[in-house]
Each structure stands twice: as structure tokens, then as C-alpha cells.
Ligand binder design. Sequence first.
Ligand code: FAD
Length: 469
Amino acid sequence: SPILWWVRRDLRLSDNPALAAAVSRARPLIPVFLHDETVESLGAAPRWRLGLGVERLAKRLRQLGAGLVCRRGPARETLLELVAETGAGTVVWNRCYDPDSIARDMPLKAELARRGVAARSFGGHVVFEPWALETGAGRHYKVYTPYWKALRVLDAEPPLASPANLTAPDIWPRSEDIADWHMGAGMGRGADVVAAHVRVGEEAAADRLEQFLEERLPRYTGDRDRPDLPATSGLSENLAWGEIGPRRCWQAGMMAMDAGVAGAETFLRELAWREFAYHLMYHTPRLLTANWRTRWDAFPWNAEANAPEVLAWKQGRTGVAFVDAAMRQMHVSGTMHNRARMIAASYLTKHLLTHWRIGQAWFAQHLIDWDPASNAMGWQWTAGSGPDAAPYFRIFNPDTQLARFDPHGVYTDRWLAEGRARPTDTALSYYRAIPRRWNLSPGDPPPQPVIGLSAGRARALAAYETVRV
Ligand code: FAD
């Protein structure tokens, strides 16, 4: 009987534990993608980007004489239907660790078993599964530095090779056409603009890693905070959808470290932040929805997502150059530099006293590398409500940060148009990406500051008194 490989956030053939296990059984393989409830719940940009990744994987599978069966519907019913239709005796998948996926997968696994179908899941979305590490006291980690110290000495599984060939079934089940799902519908006209910035698929991801190792890694430690330079890997887009396995990145980092390449350890530390986010989300899923530190429930957040100053932030029109450039980078490219994410998030939660969940949700709509764990951790870290968070009273000054990390104004020139005699093409492309109803144009006067930086800072510190212990 055939084996179903349920494709989720693992759009790759190499280093894919579920696929490798299926192939080792030498049975006909049916790769399946379900447009299920978790896909329905994605924000506009991640859903669009996922669609591009799925199309690319389907193409790759076709080139190998296989295919990808696409069906839309609730995961449970749709998968059970496919099992019945194909007579599959085994279903394999790679684990996701967010609470919604766990709530979907666990009962389904039990139900498949009841029906005599072997359901096997594998760990491929992280280097070390969330339960692989515990503190001396047998608990999970809440602080990054001890977590990193424990993680760095663990032996990671080496990445797995791509299967040499795939055995097709005699009869392929019916498949829906991904194009009919209109996964980019929520993007509006932004899709055309962002499309110029994406790098889709397993091959693109492998090239990206290669290029990063050769050209950027040696200077990564010093330059990774510079949004004006092409200094980081850009791999989050591919890691988010599993177009590259994290173990492949980890191994590359380890090998570079052994070879004495400067920057390698810093790169590993960053990958470990991703691991840490998954560790935290798995052990405390409320990371996604509630203040991790409950005393923050008393903080006087503004929770009005449509307040005028929040709209200014969303548009990239706060009058603070670093924040505005950051938000526009996200509209145009679907990503944002890490330093810029920290500044934009800090400004929203501190200077504008706005609840981090509003920012988290906006990012979840606009990031093509949206990741439930890293996004939630990033927001709670910045807001001060998270585990191992930045102390609230340490409030980034976006202007000082800009002078330090964009010393020649390259980043702001790249993204801001108003008031400039000859705006750059990238800055102008923002106007083609945003909703028409915002009615903005490059000829508008530069935005006026929503709040003075020192007044905002003083207000934030006063509000902080309510939760200070
Ligand atoms: P590189 O510098 O090349 O780093 C390599 C890899 O390490 C990244 O691809 C990523 O997987 C991981 N990494 C690096 N920094 C972090 C970090 N701070 N936290 C977790 N993992 C990290 N990252 C996402 O992938 N998806 C998100 O939705 C997301 N939302 C964020 C929201 C906020 C408010 C903040 C402050 C950070 C967020 N991050 C998120 C983390 C980080 O900004 C991105 O991972 C990084 O900018 C990706 O660029 P890169 O691939 O070039 O990174």
C-alpha cells in the first residue's frame, strides 16, 4: 500500500526526515498538501508565500516523475478521505510545534492508528526538538544564555540527503489546482511588488546559504546589525516554509566554526534564537497570545488597533525615519531587517504604548518569513513582557540607533520618498504595494512626528511604574 507524505512547513526533498523515512520503505509515495484550517488562518503575506512554495515543490516533484496531490478542506476529514481513497497504510509528516498544529495532529494520529494506519511524525523543523534540552532541575529553559550554552555542545543530527528517486503509485488521486485557491488574494496589488523580492524553493535556499557563507559570514558579527548592508543570510524566508532544513544551516555554521571563520559562532547563536523560540512556544504556548510575565496584564496598553497613531505606524508615517523605513521595507519586500524589527516594535510598544499583540498581528499579515514562535518571542522580548526580555526601561532611541546602524543614510534613502528630490525606485515601489485607500503619494510632505521621542520615552517610563516590582 502507498505511503502518504503530508507536506506542511517542510517544502523540501533534502534533509527531510519524514520523506526519507517514507522512501526507505520502497513503497509508492503520494505527497499531499492540504489547504486546511491552519492555512486558512495564515495572514495575507505568509499565505501567499506558502502558495508560491507549494507550487515550486509541486513542479519539482513533477520533474522527478512524481506529483503533489492538493486538496482543500479540514485536515482531519480530508486526510482520512485520502487514506480511504488510496488505501495508504502509512502517513508520515514532520512535526510542527505550535499549539494549533499540535491540537490538529495529536487526535488525528490517534484516529489513524485506530483505523490501522501507521502515522509517524518526525522532527525536521528545528535542529533540536523542544524537549531535547532541559535544565539541571529538569525544567525547560526561560533564559537564552544558559540555553545556548547547553545547546552548543549537543550533537546535531547531520542533514539527510535527497532521495535518489521516488516511486509513483499506479494511479494518482485527483488533485485540485493550487491556482484555484487564490492564496495571494489577501495581498491585493502588493503581490506584484513583493514578488520581486522573494526567493522561492529549495534550490534558491541552498544558493542563498552558499552565497552567505562565501560572501557575508566573515563579516557577519560586525555587520549583521546594519540594515543598510547586505550582511545577513535572508534565510528566514526559506526556513519558515522548510525550503531548507535548519540542520543544514547548523552544520554549515559548525563547519565554518571548525574552519575558524569569523562570524560562524554568531550565526549559530542566531540559529539558536530560532530554536529557543520553538523551545519557549512548545513549553509555554501562551507565548503566542498573552503576556508571558503576567504582571504585564496590569500595564496600561493601548489596545485600539485602529487608533490614528497605530495607523501611522502601520503605514510607515510616524515621522521617525528608522521606524518608517522599517515598515516600508516590510510592505515592499515582505521582510524587515532584525534591527529594524526591534526598533519598529520598540517604538510601537513603548513610545506609542500600544499592545504588542497589535504589532504581532500586523507582522503576521505582512511578513513572508512569518514564524509563530520567532514573531511572538520577538514582540514579547521587545515589549518587555516576555521571558528573558529587554528591560522595559531600556528604551531604544530610534534616531540614535539610526545614526549608529545606518551611518550614511543608505537605508532610509532606500525606503523613504517624501521630501527627497530624487527618491529611489525602492522607495517609490512602496506606493505600488500599499492599499489605494490610504491615498498616499511620494509628493506628500514628510510625515510629522506622532509624538516627540523624549515625550514618548517619559510617558512610557511613567506607565512602566504600574508593573515595576
Ligand atoms: P540571519 O541574521 O541571517 O540569521 C540566520 C537565521 O537565524 C535567521 O534566518 C533566523 O531563522 C534565525 N534568527 C536570527 N535572528 C533571530 C531572532 N532574533 N529570533 C529568532 N530567530 C532568529 N523571524 C522570523 O523568522 N519570523 C518572524 O516572524 C519574526 N518576527 C520577528 C518579530 C520581531 C518583533 C523581532 C524583533 C524579530 C523577529 N524575527 C522573526 C527574528 C529576526 O528578525 C529574523 O529571523 C531575521 O531578521 C531574519 O533575517 P535573516 O534570515 O537574514 O537572519
